[in-house]
Design a protein around this ligand. Structure first.
Ligand code: PEP
Ligand code: MG
Length: 907
């Protein structure tokens, strides 16, 4: 026997658990306990902890020896509170068995309802309810779910496509409806349901080779094991990978007394949010269905009724609201809404059931929300005095800012656009893409470089990978709380659900509407903020300045200690970055001025310099190139004003700039006065087998000092001129791809000589600047104490540092990384999220060693990780001064830095 407590009871006004026990009880279990403690009506039940799940997987899918006794005792309490007994022939208690992980994984795991119905209990329940139709409907639902979840999925049976037991039973149900002319499930008679249940059981025996269990206890433990097994089901595993939920967490299982929303017209079920999850409006928001079970709302198979007047929209305005249909129950629910918000001080996502006019709460949890809603709710609750400013800052995830800065459909283009349907605005922003009709196609097409919209009648959790891959999601059925809506909102993805006028044929791969047909591959545009579907491609524009966003970011800026700079190399990018709050440029990649608009002439001169056969020819070409380099550097310095600008010396392997086309080579040969053959020979000389580790970075400056000199002069003269014009500027010179102090000394000697000449030219004693290096090679990090003697700052180039640490070519990971992620060899792409265990150790070592010889060494990061929230937190933790990232990531990094300071304060 162990002392570990594996089972926690709740119900009847008290509970053994609490909301802060999510790790053990899962989110659902912990919150059911909390609601019971608050005196909110919750059907009694018990939670098998996540430790049971861990044990289950560690012990060949078996249970701790004490579990049965604990669960039996908990079941006895449920029986006492509910006044009915499990398996009782006269008055049977029925149970639900549901998953509940620490963090919500909507629809990704399994559920079994109505457990306990069998030949011994059916007559008693019919006698008690006087409603045989209800009982047989509950029974056929049990059979359908149980055979699918327990007898097929959990048993590892892999049916042929379309031959799953659930599909076969669904088909039988449809046949009965068709042959008897029943419009909906609710019309099927008790006799037909009874007959169907018998035929279901025969089919199950035939297909799966086993009897459907007629013993309540066997059903219960079968259900529990199946829910634990579903933690390792395919969709749960993919969802965890996408959401970075660790496999070791495990799920809890909640066994709870059933209450029925499908007992007649006095019964109902619904889902609601204490505030609007799409906009953040402080209004009670939800959907309900009379005479239905919870799965009917979430499955999106019927358009649900609006909860109240506030929730009405074009799709549901003809349906009665709960507020009107059952005013007293609505008032009670509204009071619970207020109680829950006040208690949790955050927006809640709740599920409820009304059985014979009595309200039961089945779930509360912090609701998923769009970035816009997160921002609005945080600022509203701050203004209401419900939360403080730090909590407000934490309420918006850094990743959600992406969505606030997301493109939207150009309103001007929308005015004349070809509107084909209206649906519910389930996920924000705009998106256009080619339509595909299955999740697998979405994934395939995206792999092939296409931009797709995933179109489904309704989505189910199996579609999750495809939903992730698509830029937008469109469904014909379902409400704002349907699976597609929940998942899309969680990701901030453009999504429209319930576009009912569209006739979506996923087999034929067409959408027909008003006599028109759209085929796979046709382009549609979605306005996910308004629920509008357009034919063809419309322009997108950036969301306009939002004053709330500005106020919110001020709160974040007040908190953070890490500075945020940007990677930019044009005055335009610099200006954008300043608008996004950049406090400097952390990486000006000099070579980028040779790409893009207006770069033809400097590019030609650069090529001339590279292809020059001698130092004198190279110097001559550099003289011609010089004014362009200085002009761009000066313009950028000027825009940035008193903010620092880090100019990184030319980095790429020279052959990248060798012209490829015959025409260009001819033109260049003429300018250089050499033959095309000579030029080709020179190009061959520059060719390298492994250019990423070849003649690049500081190595160029060592072998061709004149290239470095030209850049030092451009930076220092630009700065000297600006200062003479009375303008502030702070240039920083950065040497890339360094591996040894001596390289820096070599370049520093050149820089000093140029500095002296510039001072003389402008008649000044000094042109103030910093001299520093990138740390991109493990050797540089390991010898940082030496390197720091010759530099005033370090900037970690974690793109190359990751490449060199993993030995993964940053340009070639596409060939193998997806398999590494699939097989869980790596948890995430290390080029996106800094690998703390390896690259992180080098960074930390580099900082410690560098500061051991130069305590005031300034340290930043300029690899792509500088805009990724988890990596930003790491940079904060290791004591960097700043991060630098692309302009659009600047707000994300600012917020991530604020979160890091709140969660891990540093001086
Ligand atoms: C880096 O290597 O992290 C870096 C910023 O430099 P680049 O990406 O230009 O190689
Ligand atoms: Mg680099």
């Amino acid at each position: 026997m162990t002392d570990t407590k594996y089972v926690y009871s709740f119900g009847g006004g008290s509970a053994e658990g609490r909301s802060d026990m999510k790790n053990l009880l899962g989110g659902k279990g912990a919150n059911l306990a909390e609601m019971a403690n608050l005196g909110i009506p919750v059907p009694a039940g018990y939670t098998l902890t996540t430790e049971v799940c861990t044990y289950f997987y560690d012990h060949d899918e078996t249970y701790p020896s004490s579990i049965e006794a604990e669960a039996d005792a908990a079941l006895a309490k449920v029986e006492e509170i509910m006044g009915t007994r499990f398996g009782d022939a006269d008055d049977p208690l029925l149970l639900s068995v549901r998953s509940g992980a620490r963090s919500s994984m909507p629809g990704m795991m399994e559920t079994v309802l109505n457990v306990g119905l069998c030949s011994a209990t059916i007559p008693g329940l019919i006698a008690k309810t006087g409603n045989p139709r209800f009982v047989y409907d509950a029974y056929r639902r049990l059979i359908m779910m149980y055979s699918d979840v327990v007898m097929e999925k959990a048993a590892g049976v892999e049916p042929a496509e379309g031959k799953g037991i659930r599909q076969q039973l669904d088909h039988m149900l449809e046949e009965v409806k068709e042959s008897k002319g029943y419009g909906t499930d609710a019309d099927i008679s008790a006799d037909d349901l009874k007959d169907l249940a018998e035929r279901f059981k025969a089919t199950i025996k035939e297909v799966l080779g086993r009897d459907f269990p007629d013993d309540p206890r066997e059903q219960l433990w079968g259900g529990i094991s199946a829910v634990f097994s579903s933690w390792n089901g395919k969709r749960a595993v993919s969802y965890r990978r996408i959401e970075s939920i660790p496999d070791e967490w495990g799920t809890a299982v909640n066994v709870q007394a059933m209450v029925f929303g499908n007992m007649g017209d006095d019964s109902a079920t619904g889902v609601a949010f204490t505030r609007n999850p799409a906009t953040g409006d402080n209004r009670f928001y939800g959907e309900w269905l009379p005479n239905a079970q919870g799965e009917d709302v979430v499955a999106g198979t019927r358009t649900p009724n609006p909860l109240n007047e506030d929730t009405k929209n074009e799709q549901n305005e003809h349906l009665p609201s709960l507020q009107v249909a059952m005013p007293e129950v609505y008032e009670q629910l509204f009071a619970i809404r207020n109680q829950l918000e006040a208690h949790y001080t955050d927006m809640q996502d709740i599920e409820f059931t009304i059985q014979d006019g009595r309200l039961w709460m089945l779930q509360t949890r912090v609701g998923k929300r769009t970035g816009t809603a997160a921002l609005n709710m945080a600022m509203d609750m701050l203004a209401e005095g419900t939360i403080d400013s730090r909590t407000a800052v934490l309420r918006v995830k850094p990743e959600q800012l992406d969505e606030l800065l997301h493109p939207i459909v150009d309103p001007a283009a929308e005015k004349t656009a070809d509107l084909i349907a209206k649906g519910l605005p389930a996920g924000p922003g705009g998106a256009f893409g080619q339509i595909v009709f299955s999740a697998d196609d979405a994934v395939e097409w995206v792999k092939a470089g296409k931009t797709v919209l995933l179109v489904r009648e309704e989505t189910n959790p199996e579609d999750v990978e495809g939903m992730r891959a698509a830029v937008g999601i469109l469904t014909g059925r379902g409400g704002m709380t349907s699976h597609a809506a929940l998942v899309a909102r969680g990701w901030g993805k453009c999504c429209i659900v319930g576009a009912g006028v569209l006739n979506i044929d996923v087999v034929g791969k067409t959408i027909s509407v008003d006599g028109r047909v759209f085929n796979e591959g046709d382009v549609l545009t979605l306005n996910g903020t308004r629920g509008l579907v357009y034919a063809g491609q419309l322009d997108m524009v950036d969301a306009t300045e939002n004053p709330r966003f500005v106020d919110f970011m001020k709160l974040a800026d007040e908190v953070r200690v890490l500075k945020v700079r940007t990677n930019a190399e044009t005055p335009d990018d610099a200006a954008t970055a300043i608008e996004f709050g950049a406090e400097g440029i952390g990486l000006f990649r000099t070579e980028h001025m040779f790409y893009g608009t207006g770069s033809e002439e400097p590019l030609f001169l650069l090529r001339k310099m590279i292809m020059s056969g001698s130092e004198s020819a190279r110097r001559a070409a550099l003289v011609e190139l010089y004014p362009f380099v200085k002009r761009d550097m000066k313009a950028t310095l000027e825009i940035m004003g008193d903010r620092p600008v880090t100019f990184r010396l030319l980095d790429p392997p020279l052959h990248e700039f060798v012209p490829q086309s015959t025409d260009e080579r001819g033109e260049l040969a003429q300018a250089l006065g050499v033959s095309v053959e000579d030029l080709d020979r020179r190009a061959d000389e520059l060719h390298e087998l492994n250019p990423m580790m070849g003649h690049r970075g500081v190595r160029l400056g060592v072998t061709f000092p004149e290239i470095s000199e030209m850049q030092f002069r451009a930076i220092l003269e630009a700065a000297a001129e600006l200062r003479q014009e009375g303008k502030a500027c702070f240039p920083e010179i950065m040497v890339p791809v360094t591996c040894a102090k001596a390289e820096l000394d070599d370049q520093l000697a050149l820089a000093k000589a140029v500095h002296a000449e510039v001072c003389e030219k402008y008649g000044v004693d000094e042109v103030e600047h910093l001299y520093g290096t990138m740390i991109e090679i493990p050797r540089a990090a390991l010898t940082a104490d030496e390197i720091a003697k010759s530099t005033q700052f370090f900037s970690f180039g974690t793109n190359d540092l990751t490449q060199m640490t993993f030995g993964f070519s940053r340009d070639d990971i596409g060939g193998f990384l997806p398999d590494y992620l699939d097989k869980k060899i790596l948890p995430v792409d290390p080029f996106q999220v800094l690998d703390r265990d390896s690259v992180g150790v080098l960074v930390q070592t580099g900082i410690e060693r560098g500061r051991s010889t130069r305590p005031n060494l300034k340290v930043g990061i300029c690899g792509e990780h500088g805009g990724e929230p988890n990596s930003v937190e790491f940079c904060h933790l290791v004591g960097m001064d700043y991060v630098s990232c692309s302009p659009y990531r600047v707000p994300v990094a600012r917020l991530a830095a604020a979160h890091a300071q709140i969660n891990h304060p540093r001086d």
